[in-house]
Ligand binder design. Structure first.
Ligand SMILES: *Cc1c(COP(=O)(O)O)cnc(C)c1O
Length: 226
C-alpha cells in the first residue's frame, strides 16, 4: 500500500471517529485534501484512492497542477490569500474559494466568473482568536460583509472558514471553532442560508468536527511534511 493511500484511509477513519464522538453523520463532513507543494503525481495517487476535492494556496502552482490533471474529474478549492490581480484566474479555474475576506475581492470574483460555469462557491475567512495569518475579517464585521457577498450574482456564499492559532489540547482548540459555529448560526438567523464551516487541519480536525466543521482541510496527514 502506498503512503498516500494508507494516510487517506487513516484520515478518513479519524474523521469518522470524530463525527461519531460528536453524534454527527460522517457524510456531513467533507475531506478537502490540501496538496500545496506536492506534485501532480501525488494528487493523481490520492484520486486513485478515492479523493476528488483538493485545496491549493498558491495560484501558479495550482494552475500547473490543474492543467496536468485535466483528464480527472477533480474539484479544486482555492484556500490561500488572494491578491486582486489573481481573481480572474481563480474565478476561471476553481469550484470553491475559502479565503474571501473583503468585498472588493468578492466583487471581482463574481464579475470574472465565466457565465457558463455554475456560481463560484465562497466562504468568508474569519479571523477568530488571533488567527495565525493576518488574513480574515474580524468577527464583528462578518455580518455586513456576508449580506453584501450573498447578493453577488455569480457567487454562492456557502459559509465561513478559519485558521485559528494552533493550540495543543483539544479544549483550547475547540474554543475558536465553537465561536465560528455560533457566528454561522447568527448569520443564518439574519436570513442567510449558509451550510459550510471550513475548519480543522491536520493537528486539530477532531476538535473542529466536534464544533460543527463540514469541510476539514488536511494536508500533512495525507501527503506528509512540507
Ligand atoms: C496548508 C493549509 C492547510 C493544511 O494544513 P495541514 O496542517 O498540512 O493539514 C489547511 N488550510 C489552509 C488554509 C492551509 O494553508
Amino acid at each position: 500500500m502506498t503512503a498516500i493511500l494508507s494516510n487517506l484511509q487513516a484520515t478518513r477513519e479519524a474523521i469518522e471517529q470524530a463525527a461519531k464522538a460528536a453524534q454527527r453523520n460522517v457524510t456531513d463532513v467533507r475531506l478537502l485534501a490540501v496538496s500545496k507543494t506536492f506534485p501532480a503525481a501525488a494528487v493523481r495517487e490520492a484520486y486513485l484512492a478515492g479523493q476528488t476535492a483538493f485545496g491549493e494556496n498558491y495560484l501558479q502552482e495550482a494552475l500547473d497542477k490543474i492543467g496536468a490533471l485535466r483528464d480527472l474529474p477533480l474539484e479544486w478549492h482555492f484556500i490561500g490569500p488572494i491578491q486582486s490581480n489573481k481573481t480572474r484566474a481563480i474565478a476561471e479555474n476553481f469550484a470553491w474559494v475559502h479565503s474571501v475576506d473583503r468585498l472588493k475581492i468578492a466583487e471581482r470574483l463574481s464579475a470574472q466568473r465565466p457565465p457558463q460555469l455554475p456560481p463560484l462557491n465562497v466562504c468568508l475567512q474569519v479571523n477568530v482568536s488571533g488567527e495565525e495569518t493576518k488574513s480574515g475579517v474580524a468577527p464583528d464585521d462578518v455580518g455586513p460583509l456576508a449580506q453584501e457577498v450573498a447578493r453577488l450574482p455569480h457567487l454562492k456564499l456557502r459559509g465561513l472558514m478559519s485558521i485559528p492559532f494552533p493550540a495543543s489540547d483539544e479544549t483550547a482548540q475547540r474554543a475558536p471553532f465553537a465561536q465560528m459555529q455560533k457566528l454561522l448560526g447568527q448569520l443564518n438567523s439574519q436570513g442567510l442560508a449558509l451550510d459550510t464551516l471550513s475548519m480543522g487541519m491536520s493537528h486539530d480536525f477532531p476538535a473542529a468536527i466536534r464544533e460543527g466543521a463540514t469541510i476539514v482541510r488536511i494536508g500533512t496527514a495525507i501527503f506528509g511534511r512540507r
